[in-house]
Design a protein. Structure first.
Lengths: 374, 238, 239
């Protein structure tokens, strides 16, 4: 349940929708509160009414019963077209106007609102930069752009008049996975800069978990089954339906929510090149490893094999022995799920944490990962 | 005035055939007539196209609003189109007499099928997500029609106008048989007097007019749809 | 204004009664200038012209399209052909025909009708055959089909609906334009119209009768060909 201190941007009260001629309702008495500044995802199987619900927020579809409040005012307070000019809308196929340049496409809503030319131009240029596009695209036409570029223009167009609310309907489904991940990153980045209230419809549970502050899981007929943060959903699914929708790998998915930063690392079997082999032997016994990592002045140099240590004569310093480069590394900001992959594929079952400035932070094992889930 | 039936004593058959077809002097003598008939032909065509377009636009709007009317409208349109022009004139004469009105009613009915089909097809060709996006941005229906749907339907509409105009220019010649004619008057004249020069002149002029009209519409389309010029050649990296 | 409408209505009524009278006269139907005779000759010239047009247009289009040659020319042909009025075509051929001793009536009309019928058949056939997916053809060649087989078993079946459509459009146009043959002396349904026009008011009933029958004939042919085309279309989609 959303915290009472947050103000509610969108409130759905017992909203229902039955399409004419349909046997069953598409959305059934939905109650939902979407707090300001949050990204809320609507997920569910097909037929769960998630897109219908989204479209009822900006009145592209009118509810059969119930009411929707947007920013404290009932929907009907203003004519539909005025409401929509204050809500940004992004869809899967983007829907850019092919007969207009990107510049005019992005400037659509400001133009409808009557801004003057200079203001519109300035805003359009700002936005294009914000979404990561080259200024040269402004004078091109939509058919000339690639899918990823068009998606970005779609987002820019939605944000043009600086609406407080953004609605997105499966915005990344039509793009290939590599581009999709990049666009998702950009959305998070954007959100950290502009802090909109975003309602996102997606069928991809991983996308919801990755992007949303809160996720609403809907069942067929638009029935709300659970509405909570990603962490809570994964930890405590409210029903077998939710659990099966979330899938079997709930633990792994929760790992995706955390980064290496959230774990307290251990120093691990790390010595400097000026340490002797006797010390190495005892350290290796302590940690039950067949190698030692060499760290000099906080820099990870590499590792030395137990065999080399055993073959060396007494008093040899570690720096004199052959040092292999340490391959399995993670950064502090690496998500734990990725860190797990690195650990599993390393021969040592341990990864070293090295930050952006090449400093050695510590080491991480599977046990520590598991602890991170507690 | 040479008669075709006069035997030419000199020259090969080809040369004398060519000679007897175009008596250039005739053209020089009839420049005024040619100009007059040109104007007449253009006026007849213009009226037919304008009236036909207005009627077709209304029918198309109806067909889009009430989908079930599209079938009947197309059937009537194609019925009118199939009826030979002379027959249509024949059937109209007792009601509207010989003259401009009869000619125009028939000419207009030939344009209905192609124009209605193309207008509806053009409007249907607007991608649904573009319409949805326009609504979501906050376009009101009237403005959406004007700024989004019509521009995108324009290529199909102009294509229809192009074909209709060329067809009408050809059909105007037949109206010569009921008293108007434009260039058809020359053709008719030549036929009745067994004189080939006006026939050739009438034919060539009407073909030239049709080709010019076709080109004019082609240019119009290029002018009004700048977004169709750059094809998806610039496939950039996302 | 009002009296004029009554006047017009009166005229229509009298013409209508004349038409009925004409139709009930035996002579109108039988006899060398009768409806039956003229319908026959109308259909005859349409048949001949259609056949000739098909003989010229179809093989050429199929051959060119199979070789994927001259695509621009085929588009240009249609455009130019559309620009030439059929009336002018008949009128042009007429003196040539006289000059070379082919006489009035049949030949000028026929040649003009053939010229009229070629473009739709040609364009549609070309589009149909050339539009066969290159992948399908490559696959066919790959499994060892000879060129003739590729044509017969891949390109023609796929192109059939379009070819039939082109033939249909041509035939209907030919039937419709054959009417104008009356102007150059060919005895056909158009003759009722042309001779009626020449007689002014007294010939109005004749004009109407001619008009009705030509219209009916054209629509009938169109309907027949339409059902034939859709029936064969259904068969051809069962590949």
């Amino acid at each position: 349940m959303p915290a009472s201190s947050e103000s509610i941007a969108i409130r759905l009260n017992a909203v229902s929708k039955t399409f004419p001629g349909a046997a069953a309702p598409a959305v059934t008495a939905l109650d939902l509160e979407i707090p300001e500044g949050n990204i809320v995802a609507l997920v569910g199987p097909s037929g769960c009414g998630k897109t219908t619900t989204l479209k009822m927020i900006n009145r592209l579809i009118e509810p059969t019963s119930g009411s929707i409040e947007v920013l404290g005012q009932p929907q009907e307070a203003v004519p539909a077209y005025e409401l929509r000019r204050r809500i940004g809308y992004v869809i899967q196929q983007v829907g850019l106007f092919p007969h207009q340049t990107i510049r005019r496409n992005v400037g659509t809503v400001p133009e409808l609102l009557g801004w003057d030319r200079a203001e519109i131009d300035q805003r359009v240029e700002e936005l294009v930069e914000l979404v990561g596009l080259d200024a040269a695209t402004l004078d091109r036409y939509p058919p000339e752009l690639s899918g990823g570029q068009r998606q970005r223009v779609g987002v820019a167009r939605a944000l043009a008049a600086d609406p407080p609310i953004l609605l997105m309907d499966e915005p990344y489904s039509a793009v290939d996975p590599v581009v999709r991940e990049r666009l998702q990153d950009e959305l998070l980045d954007l959100q950290s800069k502009v802090g909109k209230t975003i309602v996102l419809v997606t069928h991809d549970i991983d996308e919801a978990i990755r992007l949303a502050d809160r996720t609403a899981i809907l069942d067929v007929g638009g029935i709300l089954r659970q509405y909570d943060t990603s962490e809570n959903l994964l930890r405590h699914p409210a029903s077998p339906f939710v659990a099966s929708f979330l899938g079997r790998e709930r633990g792994l998915r929760r790992l995706a929510l955390r980064t290496v930063n959230d774990i307290v690392p251990m120093r691990g079997p790390a010595l400097s090149s000026t340490d002797g082999i006797e010390l190495a032997v005892s350290i290796m016994a302590d940690h039950a490893t067949s190698w030692v990592a060499i760290v000099d002045a906080d820099r990870l140099i590499g590792w030395v094999d137990a065999k080399s240590i055993a073959a060396a004569s007494n008093g040899t310093l570690l720096g004199a022995l052959p040092i292999e480069p340490f391959v399995s590394r993670v950064a502090p900001q690496t998500p734990l799920r990725e860190a797990l992959d690195t650990i599993l594929t390393s021969s040592s079952r341990i990864a070293c944490i090295v930050d952006d400035h090449d400093h050695f932070v510590g080491m991480i094992t599977i046990d520590q990962l598991a602890e991170g889930l507690e | 005035m040479r008669s075709l039936f006069t035997l030419e004593p000199s020259g090969s058959i080809v040369a004398s055939t060519a000679e007897s077809f175009i008596w250039w002097g005739w053209i020089g003598d009839h420049l005024d007539d040619i100009w007059q008939r040109t104007v007449e032909h253009l006026v007849l065509t213009a009226i037919a196209i304008v009236v036909g377009f207005v009627i077709s636009a209304l029918l198309a709007a109806l067909a889009i609003r009430l989908r079930w009317t599209y079938g009947p409208i197309t059937i009537i349109g194609s019925l009118l189109y199939t009826i030979p022009s002379l027959a249509l004139f024949a059937l109209l004469i007792p009601i509207t007499g010989l003259g401009l009105v009869t000619a125009e009613i028939a000419l207009v009915s030939y344009t209905i099928l192609i124009l209605v089909r193309n207008i509806v097809s053009g409007m249907d060709g607007v991608p649904p997500e573009v319409r949805e996006a326009a609504d979501a941005m906050g376009y009101r229906p009237g403005r959406r029609l004007l700024r989004v749907e019509l521009p995108l339907a324009l290529p199909a509409i102009i294509a229809g106008l192009r074909i209709a105009t060329v067809t009408v220019i050809g059909l105007v010649t037949v109206t010569a048989l009921i008293g108007n004619g434009g260039y058809g008057a020359f053709i008719n004249d030549g036929l009745s007097r067994d004189f080939s020069t006006p026939i050739v002149v009438g034919t060539v002029l009407s073909v030239v007019l049709a080709v010019l009209a076709d080109l004019a519409f082609a240019m119009l389309e290029r002018l009004l749809t700048p977004w169709n010029r750059g094809s998806s050649s610039g496939r950039g990296v996302s | 204004m009002e009296p004029r409408i009554f006047e017009r209505a009166g005229r229509v009524m009298s013409v209508a009664s004349e038409v009925i009278e004409l139709l009930s006269t035996n002579e109108t139907w039988t006899g060398p200038r009768g409806l039956l005779a003229r319908s026959q000759s109308h259909l005859w010239i349409s048949l001949v012209a259609s056949f000739m047009a098909a003989t010229i247009a179809l093989p050429t289009a199929i051959w060119l399209a199979h070789q994927r040659r001259a695509p621009i020319a085929s588009v240009a042909i249609v455009n130019i052909a559309r620009a030439v009025p059929s009336f002018a075509l008949i009128a042009l051929v007429f003196p040539i025909s006289l000059r070379f001793g082919f006489g009035l009536g049949f030949w000028p009309t026929c040649v003009a009708l053939v010229a009229l019928g070629i473009p739709p058949m040609f364009a549609n056939t070309y589009a149909g055959v050339a539009g066969t997916s290159d992948d399908m053809i490559e696959a066919a060649r790959g499994i060892g089909m000879r060129e003739l087989d590729v044509l017969r078993q891949v390109e023609l079946p796929t192109a059939l609906p379009l070819i039939m459509n082109g033939v249909r459009v041509s035939i209907v146009q030919i039937v419709a334009t054959a009417t104008l043959g009356a102007i150059v002396g060919y005895e056909c349904l158009g003759s009722f119209i042309v001779s009626g026009l020449a007689r002014g008011r007294s010939g109005q009933a004749s004009v109407i009768v001619g008009g009705l029958f030509v219209a009916a004939l054209a629509l009938l042919i169109d309907a027949i060909l339409g059902t034939l085309a859709s029936r064969s279309g259904r068969r051809s989609t069962q590949i």
